[in-house]
Design a protein around this ligand. Structure first.
Ligand SMILES: NC(=O)c1ccc[n+]([C@@H]2O[C@H](COP(=O)([O-])OP(=O)(O)OC[C@H]3O[C@@H](n4cnc5c(N)ncnc54)[C@H](OP(=O)(O)O)[C@@H]3O)[C@@H](O)[C@H]2O)c1
Length: 346
């Protein structure tokens, strides 16, 4: 264990926190020195999640124990709880990677409007970096405060980036349908994710009113250099994990199918982004448990539109995996360390 970076996980008793543990116990450059919980302090994580039994039986501690013992802190809490912890880490020069929404939005007014809370430490927020790895690795590497992207935004931003980068879109407005498995809502019990309610069901929710909208519009607007709006409709899939985002793009008049595929060549050297061959359709099955984002492109000649299908595992590329990718960059490790996992083949 010598020379390994000391990492800790605040909120390891939650779904995204437990996913961080699952991935980090196989990471060759770090040691998990502390994990925390709100409700289960003093209990082994393997009591809550028997998958860890005999492999990782560490006992859950307090959030402050994690900050004291670790040099890189992952926080996986509901929004509104991380500012105070990030502030302590900032003063102690520790790396803080927040999987929640407290450091994603540039404008406090968006945080107020969509999350109902203020930024209490404005200077701290001036240091936050949006952790969409493939787009921002140059600024991530010098940052100690990362707002890890939301799960829906990750699938959508990666799906649309080449379109905006090459400016092949005709309009600055996009229609997006996304479908997520129930782990996207975390482990708290709710009527909507109760098994008899969601099993054998499929429905949209929070139509045009989901908290990820300001984050998606903020980042797409930065990519385009102009204001972008989205009509975003999330759906609840009766499966455990995974997100499929279907994105509809009006193409500029002179854009050909070849131009579209050329635009996505920007991902040729990205290990975790796989642009599928023409004719193939991105499928959740082949990204589950992995850090891959699979993208398929479908040119509708009749309407001169592009349909982009972007698939991720919400718990990995949409949360814990991307957070580890960001840590790898900050710590100077190979970006793929601990993350070279493929989905089960069937
Ligand atoms: N699930 C996803 O797909 C996903 C993807 C990307 C980002 N995220 C974000 O990651 C964060 C965690 O999500 P999750 O799905 O893992 O949620 P979760 O399963 O509900 O876990 C929440 C965690 O926060 C702790 N917690 C709850 N209330 C707390 C409080 N008042 N003070 C301190 N700790 C508290 C819980 O501790 P106890 O269990 O001990 O009570 C638990 O460890 C959220 O901000 C979420 O938006 C989730």
């Amino acid at each position: 264990m010598q020379n390994r970076i000391k990492v800790g996980i605040i909120g390891a008793s939650g779904y995204a926190g437990a996913e961080l543990v699952r991935l980090l116990i196989n990471h060759n450059k770090v040691e998990i020195v502390s994990i925390s919980s709100q409700s289960y302090i003093g209990q082994p994580l393997s009591h809550l999640y028997p998958t860890f039994f005999g492999v990782y039986d560490a006992v859950l501690e307090s959030d402050l124990d994690v900050i004291e013992k670790a040099d890189v802190i992952f926080a996986s809490l509901p929004h509104g709880y991380c500012e105070k912890y990030a502030s302590i880490c900032d003063k102690q020069n520790k790396v803080f990677i927040d999987l929640g929404a407290d450091f994603r939005l540039d404008q406090e007014v968006d945080y107020q409007n969509w999350y109902g809370l203020n930024y209490n430490e404005k200077e701290l927020h001036s240091k936050q970096v949006y952790g969409l790895t493939e787009m921002n690795r140059d600024i991530i590497k010098d940052s100690k405060l990362i707002g890890n992207p939301g799960c829906y935004p990750t699938s959508i931003l990666l799906g649309l980036y080449p379109v905006l980068k090459s400016k092949i879109n005709k309009t600055n407005h996009f229609v997006i349908d996304s479908k997520s498995g129930t782990t996207g809502a975390g482990k708290s019990l709710s009527e909507a994710t109760h098994f008899p309610r969601c099993n054998e069901s499929f429905h949209p929710y929070k139509i045009g009113d989901h908290r990820h909208i300001p984050e998606i519009e903020q980042e797409l607007s930065k990519m385009q250099g102009e204001q972008i709006t989205v009509q975003f409709t999330p759906h609840l899939l009766p499966i455990n994990r995974g997100i499929v985002s279907t994105i509809y793009v009006d193409l500029n008049d002179n854009v050909s199918k070849e131009d579209v595929y050329n635009a996505y060549k920007i991902y040729d050297n990205e290990y975790f982004i796989r642009v599928l061959n023409e004719g193939d359709v991105a499928d959740l099955k082949f990204v589950k448990y992995s850090n891959f984002c699979d993208i398929s492109l479908h040119y509708d000649k009749r309407l001169h539109k592009l349909v982009v299908v972007s698939c991720i595992d919400n718990m990995v590329k949409g949360a814990a995996g991307q957070a580890i990718q960001n840590m790898n960059i900050i710590c100077g490790f190979d970006e793929t360390e601990g993350l070279k996992i493929v989905a089960p083949a069937f």
